[in-house]
Ligand binder design. Structure first.
Ligand SMILES: *Cc1c(COP(=O)(O)O)cnc(C)c1O
Length: 403
């Protein structure tokens, strides 16, 4: 069977129906442009949901992958490998972290983080200290533990019984945390910028307050930076922007620039609680993934790249605001860096998916974050000309919907 005999219709015949993918099938990407089977071209403002941080087929990443592909692909954790140690060194050098655990996805990085928080409390305080406080509308992954910690009950429906000892407070409401936190709390888990929940940045005072509450109650502060990390906010990690340092940080999505990898970062002291044999992953720290992620971090951590994110952010914000006002589309454009959300106005309420679809038809890929937010998470190095072209196409789509 050759590739051109594959059609979107076949998806429904062979795939579990948990996704409803677009009607076209992309076959090629270069930078911030993507082409589908028919040769239609798109400007990519979606970035594979905040993953392809250096666009498609970035020469540095292709080079790193090819180079490692000729050396060694996989060893398992019975042995270590050079790319994994090098990447861990780099992440420790560039962040608060002193120890790294590698996984293959954001959900797995969070699973490791939550297990570590539980085990650390169990070792130092006993089994009563096991409660995890998370936030409504948060998203931490789709494993049973992470989906239970996540604050969107619809994702848990039908999968119960859920793991116990998880409580939910209200994001950006410190009082709601004060009501729940106690000597039983082992961790507070938060996305510094809620992504899936609607591109909602944490208030600096809220995040600082969480740090203080955790210190008072001997609880660990866990930042889920799976979406907000790796340059997305114009800082390597969002915690650096807020000046609030967590005890555990999880990172994935953009870390591999499209190659699956996740990581959990923590301190040397806390890391002791995951002693030999307590946790693991067959692929975690795989040389191919680490070699690619190394190149991603090497590029994204450059000051001029991070500065470029902040500059591009302004271009996007200005453009979105202009279109938003002209068509009464958005009440507000919010977010940080290149994680942006246009909050639909009263007239457009509930129509985010429709906007996404119309945009794709006009040749620009955007995302949604719930029914009322149009989300953008483009490449961090998207050329200005692609931003302009994409925004023009986006305006065309909106104009067409207005009729
Ligand atoms: C996407 C996401 C996850 C889940 O990552 P997967 O790689 O899909 O498991 C977890 N947390 C946040 C904040 C995310 O945006």
């Amino acid at each position: 069977m050759t590739n051109n005999t594959i059609t979107r219709e076949m998806f429904d015949d062979v795939m579990v129906p948990n996704y409803a993918p677009a009607s076209m099938i992309p076959v090629k990407g270069r930078g911030s442009r993507v082409w589908d089977q028919e040769g239609n071209e798109y400007v990519d403002f979606a970035g594979g949901i905040a993953v392809t941080a250096l666009g498609h087929a970035h020469p540095g990443l292709v080079g790193a992958l090819k180079d490692q592909a000729t050396k060694i692909w996989h060893l398992s954790n019975v042995m270590t490998n050079e790319p994994a140690i090098h990447l861990a060194q780099t992440l420790c050098h560039l962040t608060f972290a002193e120890r790294v655990f590698f996984a293959n996805s954001g959900g797995e990085a969070n699973e490791a983080a939550f297990k570590l928080a539980r085990r650390h409390a169990w070792q130092h305080h006993g089994e009563d200290k096991h409660e995890i406080i998370a936030f409504r509308n948060s998203f931490h992954g789709r494993t049973l533990f992470t989906v239970s910690v996540g604050g969107q009950p619809k994702y848990l429906e039908g999968f119960e019984p859920a793991p116990g000892g998880i409580r939910h407070a209200e994001f950006n409401n410190l009082d709601s945390v004060k009501e729940l936190i106690s000597s039983k709390t082992c961790a507070v888990v938060v996305e510094p910028v809620q992504g899936e929940g609607g591109v909602l940045p944490g208030d600096p005072e809220f995040l600082k307050g969480l740090r203080e509450l955790c210190d008072e109650h001997d609880a660990l502060l866990v930042f889920d930076e799976v979406q907000s990390g790796v340059g997305r906010t114009g800082h390597l990690y969002a915690y650096q922007h807020y000046g609030v340092t967590p005890d555990i940080l999880t990172t994935a999505k953009a870390l591999g620039g499209g190659f699956p990898i996740g990581a959990m970062l923590t301190t040397a002291e806390i890391a002791q609680s995951l002693s030999v044999g307590t946790h693991g992953s067959t692929y975690g720290g795989n040389p191919l993934a680490c070699a690619v992620a190394q190149r991603v971090i090497d590029v994204v951590s450059q000051p001029e790249v991070l500065k470029g994110v902040r500059e591009r952010s302004k271009t996007f914000r200005d453009g979105l605001k202009w279109i938003g006002d002209k068509y009464d589309l958005f009440d507000e454009v919010r977010g940080e860096g290149l994680l942006l959300g246009g909050v639909l106005s009263e007239t457009w309420k509930g129509r985010a998916k429709e906007v996404l679809k119309a945009a794709a038809e006009e040749g620009v890929m955007v995302l949604v974050a719930g029914p009322n937010v149009v989300r953008l998470a483009p490449s961090l190095i998207i050329p200005e000309s692609d931003i302009e072209e994409g925004l023009e196409r986006f305006e065309k789509a909106v104009k067409r919907l207005v009729g």
